[in-house]
Design a protein around this ligand. Structure first.
Ligand code: AMP
Length: 422
């Protein structure tokens, strides 16, 4: 029996790759406009890094990590997200030493042992964007603006940006106590996880997808009403900066995130089209994370967007533009193969997409293949025209053709492919 991919792990096939290249290309260009540089961190890190950064009482750390012991008994984990590794790299390489903004992005796979379903896999790709060393609210707005530009750039419609503030270490503890008191009186309506977690991490209850919890928290006190004056001003400044860029968003006071490290601004891009998996991505500020992982006391903020979800949405209302070759080589017998091969490589070297297959075939089957591939031009190398030292160059869209000399074949053909007069 043949071996199949693991449940929740998917191949990206050549027919789909155009979506990925489109999204990654547009994102990279916009990120470059905003001054973000790519960072590539390993896929495997020490387990402790994730436990310390994401938080022990999160779904990810409690039940979703792919952890294993290596041959020396060290506990390692396939990264469930990128920020922890990015912060580790930032500290390890002193990237923030000069006190200037550090703006990074990465694109790559993450691994979480979740129940696979539409929009949810065990290996999934994220675009991860982060900025360090900037405490000002402008950077919160910059990230949201930049993200909106990427969503617009790829042509995604019907996406709503939600924002909220989770306060800081001076105002959140007081809010947590208020929320705990509220929850304590309603424990029987909560799921098992939340009954256990609300003591140490009451915000998690606001994020819980189970129906009882979601209904119960409708009436819960809101962090936005409890922000200290600094957090309140920060939030207002983010809103003002967003307004200056005409970015539309909604303030969603129950928005929290599934990871523990967030402070102040959190944001999420949501869609109504993916059922339960309505978040295309999310992010927020994590001003204590670098310090907590042993680095300097500097601000951090970032977001992660799931690329499978994004591509799923795009492919629902866009056609993929998958251009065929510029030229298809239609050599008709073995005698023409050597020349066809040489010409094809010569024309490729000039920057054109040239396709050829190596088994001999009839003109009819070659033309059929050229049509299927969507070739713009076909060079026919049959015995008759070759005996005159020529080939036939056929334009597939106008169905016109002319003989071209094989002596100056590469230059002559290239001129025609470019649309120059010969
Ligand atoms: P998170 O890192 O949990 O904040 O997730 C950020 C984004 O990554 C989500 O909004 C999804 O788009 C995507 N994502 C997270 N988990 C998965 C998964 N298991 N499968 C597919 N996409 C995911």
């Amino acid at each position: 029996m043949s071996i199949k991919a693991i449940r929740g792990f998917k191949d990206v096939l050549p027919e789909e790759i155009g979506w990925w290249q489109k999204v990654e290309g547009i994102a990279a260009r916009i990120l470059d406009n905003f001054g973000y540089k790519e960072l590539r961190v390993p896929i495997v890190e020490r387990t402790e890094l994730f436990a310390r950064s994401i938080g022990k009482e999160t779904d990810i750390v409690e039940k979703e990590m792919y952890s294993f012991s290596d041959r020396h008994g060290e506990s390692l984990t396939l990264r469930p997200e990128v920020t922890a590794g990015a912060v580790r790299a930032l500290i390890e390489h002193n990237l923030a030493a000069d006190g200037r903004p550090v703006k990074l992005y990465s694109i790559g796979p993450n691994f979480r042992y979740e129940r696979p379903q539409k929009g949810r896999q065990r290996q999934f790709y994220q675009l991860n964007v982060e900025a360090y060393n900037v405490a000002q609210p402008y950077i919160d707005a910059e990230l949201i603006i930049l993200w909106t530009r990427i969503l617009d750039g790829v042509g995604l419609k019907d996406i709503q940006m939600h924002i909220n503030s989770l306060g800081c270490s001076s105002c959140r503890p007081q809010y947590n106590r208020k929320l705990q008191n509220f929850i304590k009186d309603r424990l029987e309506t909560l799921c098992e996880d939340c009954r256990r977690r609300y003591q140490t991490n009451p915000l998690r209850v606001l994020d819980c997808k189970s129906r009882g919890c979601a209904e119960t928290v409708q009436e819960a006190p809101l962090m936005l009403d409890e922000l200290c004056s600094e957090c309140g001003e920060h939030f207002q400044a983010v809103r003002k900066a967003l307004a200056s860029a005409d970015v539309s968003y909604e303030v969603t006071p129950r928005l929290v995130r599934g990871l523990d490290y967030y402070t102040r601004t959190v944001f999420e891009a949501q869609t109504g089209k993916l059922g339960a998996q309505n978040a295309v991505g999310g992010g927020g500020r994590y001003d204590n994370l670098v310090k907590n992982l042993g680095g300097p006391d500097i601000a951090g903020i970032g977001f992660a967007m799931g690329l499978e979800r994004l591509i799923m949405l795009l492919s629902e209302d866009q056609e993929l533009n998958n251009p065929g070759p510029d030229l298809f080589m239609a050599f008709l017998d073995e005698a023409a193969l050597e020349l066809a091969f040489k010409l094809a490589n010569g024309i490729r070297a000039e920057g054109f997409r040239v396709e050829m297959e190596y088994t001999p075939a009839s003109l009819k089957s070659r033309m059929k293949r050229a049509g299927k591939l969507g070739a713009e031009w076909v060079l026919i190398l049959g015995p008759e025209e070759m005996s005159r030292g020529n080939g036939i160059l056929r334009n597939m869209s106008t169905s016109t053709q002319e003989e071209v000399s094989l002596d100056e074949a590469v230059t002559g053909i290239i001129k025609r492919l470019k649309g120059d007069k010969v």
